[in-house]
Write a protein that binds this ligand. Structure first.
Ligand code: UD1
Length: 341
């Protein structure tokens, strides 16, 4: 039997590239579609160095539906789509909401058109715990209602989920899963691929590694007056290789028709809250490298604490996170050093 073929949108990005590695190592065939808007095609070399396989990338803008479908059609058929392609800077989305709506929602609509025109039965959507807004109770389960979107980026993830829900509900034979990521971090243990933000990093882990390597003088901890163990915010950091694995399990699940409903959502976090100060200390312990930090004011839009109840994904998809915060920090540091050489 031939290997299932998966179209990975945003395959040259951070989570997309790690997922491609996991898919290839699990026997899938992969085609990437990525226009390099926030990624580098060099990542294809890293994927090849890890897996021994060269992945083809289709360089087209997914928000241009007709052009994208025509370009992708030539390379079908596909058994599934994993849709990562999206802009993800919360800050930028506040200043350029239309850019985010056009790019993120436009590409989401295109994935549905690809499913129609190329008769693709399954899709996995890269969603975010941002859909919960500010949750009232912790940990959050999938039944926690969507909160009011905090920003345009969050609105695009909520919209994606709403559209897919309606699409799959009304399309016999097609199934989909949204994976709601908590805080993805870390890099492949080979240090051949990792996160390469084209803009200045704003997420905590790359900010820590950039500070440790001397690109920044010091890190600002955004607030130490939250109601937490040490006053800093709590998040659920999940290693990108564990996160990648969940996508392979999700597509396996759909291909084997094990889903109970046409469209399912799953939290994707390890279920443990870590404070910002604990994360910094974990980095220092894991690497032996000091990070200068100072305490600053709260960042607008931050929620005090969020972490996952991951019972559903562990029970139904058999996902089991294997990496902890120390391993996240070790791999992120190895990657930071490798990419600055
Ligand atoms: C952010 C987004 C979230 C998005 C995710 C994508 C916001 C409000 N949320 O999550 O919607 O899905 O990125 O990756 O932007 N921190 C510092 N100093 C820093 C950087 C971060 O103290 O220089 C703290 C933050 O206050 C937060 C924690 O570290 O408590 C994690 O921040 P970050 O990595 O930016 O992720 P989120 O804000 O959780």
């Amino acid at each position: 039997m031939s290997s299932p073929r998966i179209l990975v949108t945003g395959g040259c990005g951070y989570i997309g590239s790690h997922t491609i590695v996991d898919l290839l190592e699990s026997g899938y065939e992969v085609v990437s579609v990525d226009n390099g808007i926030n990624s580098s095609f060099d990542v294809l070399d890293g994927i090849e160095a890890i897996t021994g396989k060269r992945v083809m990338n289709i360089d087209v803008d997914l928000s241009e539906t007709a052009e994208a479908v025509a370009a992708i059609k030539e390379h079908g058929p596909f058994d599934g789509i994993i849709h990562f392609a999206a802009l993800k800077s919360v800050e930028e989305s506040v200043f350029k909401p239309l850019r985010y709506f056009r790019n993120n929602i436009g590409s989401t609509l295109t994935t549905m058109k690809i499913m129609e025109d190329l008769n693709v039965p399954h899709l996995i959507f890269s969603s975010s715990c941002t859909v919960y807004g500010t949750p009232e109770n912790l940990p959050v389960t999938e039944d926690t209602p969507m909160g009011r979107a905090e920003n345009p980026y969050g609105a695009t993830k909520q919209t994606g989920e709403i559209l897919y829900d309606q699409y799959f509900k009304n399309k016999t034979g097609k199934t989909g899963i949204s994976l709601r990521y908590f805080n993805p971090a870390g890099a492949h243990p080979s240090a051949l691929i990792g996160e390469s933000p084209t803009q200045k990093a704003t997420n905590l882990v790359p900010v820590i590694t950039e500070t440790a390597i001397g690109l920044r003088e010091s890190l600002m901890v955004f607030g130490d007056d939250y109601p937490s163990r040490d006053g800093s915010c709590i998040r659920d950091y999940v290693h990108v290789t564990d996160l990648a694995r969940a996508h392979t399990l999700a597509i396996d699940h759909l291909l084997k028709q094990m889903n109970h409903r046409p469209y399912e959502v799953y939290n994707l976090g390890i279920g443990q809250g870590v404070t910002v100060l604990e994360a910094i200390h974990a980095f220092q312990e894991a690497t032996g490298v000091n990070v200068n930090y100072m305490i600053g004011p709260r960042r607008a839009g931050d929620v005090a604490a969020i972490y996952a109840d991951n019972t559903r994904i562990t029970d139904q998809l058999g996902w089991k996170p294997e990496q902890d915060i120390q391993s996240i920090m070790r791999s992120a540091w190895a990657w930071e050093k490798a990419r600055r050489k």
